[in-house]
Design a protein around this ligand. Structure first.
Ligand SMILES: [Zn+2]
Length: 125
């Protein structure tokens, strides 16, 4: 079994969590998300697709205190998929990938793309 090492920075301790066959580091202190599979770096787009690829787009929201002008709201198809949200702290914006911020309210995934061009194919890998 491969294990991602804990990564300590000056301000925080990054602890990987296993979910859906990958390992995710999510840190509310510095806003970072790290994606790994069997201890190897994983492309963030692939990690996002593994955790959220079956989520349905519900609509767009006016961004309230989000890092991007527009926020996209997604709904999980089942409780098993919803549980993927629990890897991340609720109500905190985290940088899931370059130009893409992620948050959730416990029920819905919120994505704030700061670069819409990069965003279009993200969940359709
Ligand atoms: Zn951190």
């Amino acid at each position: 079994m491969f294990i991602v090492k804990f990564m300590k920075t000056d301000t925080c301790l990054h602890i990987p969590v296993e979910v859906a066959g990958i390992e995710v580091i999510s840190c509310s202190e510095c806003g970072e998300i790290g994606w790994f599979r069997r201890g190897q770096w994983l492309d963030p787009a692939e990690g996002m697709a593994i955790l959220f690829g079956q989520f349905d787009l519900v609509g767009k929201l006016e961004a309230l205190s989000a890092p991007a002008p527009e926020v996209l709201l997604y709904r999980p198809p089942t409780g098993r998929w919803r549980a993927h949200l629990d890897v991340f702290d609720k109500g905190v914006w985290l940088e899931a990938a370059p130009n893409l911020w992620l948050s959730h309210d416990g029920e819905h995934l919120l994505l704030a793309p700061t670069d819409p061009i990069h965003f279009d194919n993200l969940l359709s890998v």
